[in-house]
Design a protein around this ligand. Structure first.
Ligand SMILES: [Mn+2]
Length: 190
């Protein structure tokens, strides 16, 4: 079965189209309108091995980035389907020069977000710090996953977020891997 999803979400505020192929090869076509977000989503794609197409437009930065998180999360939930055979858990510890990020995830069907990126309250390139945090919140909620994402230490804002996205990517790569032919839960559903 192909593990893919294609969703379009159009509201009075934003218009988001995302196409996701879980068993991909890192192919990407990302146009969010924000260079830093494009950079982060390209990293997410390359380091998780998915294929991802994102086209986003809208009124305000906050709305657009939040809604990308929502639709991307929905795409993961949809593409994972009944989650038969998946590894379910994933974790990664990834450096980016002087920064280190740790990500631990569970595609368990419930949202939990524990997030500490150790960011200063200033913009990173063309994106505000709160929008980055908001993205992770929307993504975890709609992917229905536990997401524990911590920057352990670092100095550069760009590096800290880059390490966080790469760690998330590697954790996703591990969690979505097909490792059996059973649903990995004692309840029989995820
Ligand atoms: Mn960079």
């Amino acid at each position: 079965m192909e593990r893919t999803a294609q969703l379009n979400r159009k509201t009075a505020e934003t218009d988001i189209s995302i196409e996701l192929i879980l068993d991909g090869s890192g192919k990407h076509e990302i146009e969010t309108g924000f260079k830093f977000m494009d950079h982060m989503l390209v990293l997410l794609t390359r380091h998780s091995g998915i294929d991802l197409m994102v086209k986003a437009s809208g009124d305000l930065t906050h709305h657009i980035i939040e809604d990308i998180g929502i639709v991307l999360g929905e795409c993961f939930a949809k593409a994972l389907g009944d989650k038969k055979g998946i590894n379910r858990y994933g974790s990664a510890l990834i450096p980016m020069d002087e920064s280190i990020a740790r990500c631990v995830i569970d595609f368990c069907g419930r949202k939990a977000l524990i997030l500490d990126l150790k960011l200063n309250e200033c913009d990173i390139e063309d994106v505000a710090v709160e929008d980055v945090r908001h993205f992770y919140n929307s993504f975890a909620e709609n992917a229905k996953m536990n997401l524990h994402l911590h920057v352990l230490y670092g100095d550069d804002q760009h590096h800290k977020v880059e390490a966080a996205f790469k760690a998330l990517a590697r954790a996703i790569k591990e969690a979505i891997k097909i490792v059996s032919d059973e649903i990995p839960s004692t309840k029989g559903v995820l």
